[in-house]
Write a protein that binds this ligand. Sequence first.
Ligand SMILES: NC(=O)c1ccc[n+]([C@@H]2O[C@H](COP(=O)([O-])OP(=O)(O)OC[C@H]3O[C@@H](n4cnc5c(N)ncnc54)[C@H](OP(=O)(O)O)[C@@H]3O)[C@@H](O)[C@H]2O)c1
Length: 259
Amino acid sequence: MKNSRFKDKVALITGSSRGIGSAIALKFAEAGADVVLNYRKQGGSSEAQGKKLCETIRGMGRRAFLIQADISQKESVRSLFAQAAEACGRLDFLVLNAARTPFKPLEKLLEREIRQLVDTNYIGNLFCIQEAVPQLAQQRGSIVFVSSLGSRFYNVSYPLGSMKAAMESVVRDCAEGLKAKRISVNAVCGGIVKTDSFKVLRQLWEELEFIPEDLFVEPEEIADVVLFLCSSDSRAICGQTIVVDHGFSNRLYQPMQKK
Ligand SMILES: NC(=O)c1ccc[n+]([C@@H]2O[C@H](COP(=O)([O-])OP(=O)(O)OC[C@H]3O[C@@H](n4cnc5c(N)ncnc54)[C@H](OP(=O)(O)O)[C@@H]3O)[C@@H](O)[C@H]2O)c1
């Protein structure tokens, strides 16, 4: 274990069977926290990856629990937080990381795709916040939302951006609304990370191949800032979204094409 700054604390990370969520879970475990992992799809490779991650974290001497739950379903979210409370007895940190999106223009989305987009990436996060607040209030805990540059920049195949923008606004509102309960609420806005969803995005976004390698972000770099926002070092930060993108968004005015 690298350090113990979060010893005896408990972090629940939605969508943490793979990708950025799993990196966040590992960082929490390295910092001494017990971890509740979550995924959506039963019986798939995500579940298998979640089980493996659970074993890895237990091997580090921390407690880890893997709970299947679809955050877009209220009853499923209730069950997730009830199971987590029973297993861990407390909750210090909620990381809203799960996301799911079709990669196509907003105007071409089918009705079920629009509903899934909003149900998972907006309503689902609100369900999680509502369930977590009573437990977080007992620990003066933290909520961190994982956003993306789609919240502020246009990409034709990224309807998730509009949900990220809405959630950054929720973060600001909740930070004020939950201040009296001593719960901190902030967000990390990640640049481009090479996870499974990146593999799909690269098929639709031709310019991706012109982006210099040093502008890509590692999952662990997002995770480091999530943990910072859960630590007392960030006590003066309230309702903010911190961009973690190696300066990618500073350079959008430059042409990406090779000459
Ligand atoms: N990749 C990037 O470039 C990038 C950049 C900035 C921000 N982000 C954000 O970072 C977060 C993680 O991204 P990622 O690329 O690591 O994602 P990913 O590899 O696609 O993994 C998504 C995770 O979320 C889970 N999930 C999806 N829908 C869910 C639901 N309804 N209920 C519970 N869990 C659900 C998935 O479980 P199943 O596999 O079971 O569905 C999986 O564990 C997302 O919020 C994403 O928008 C990503």
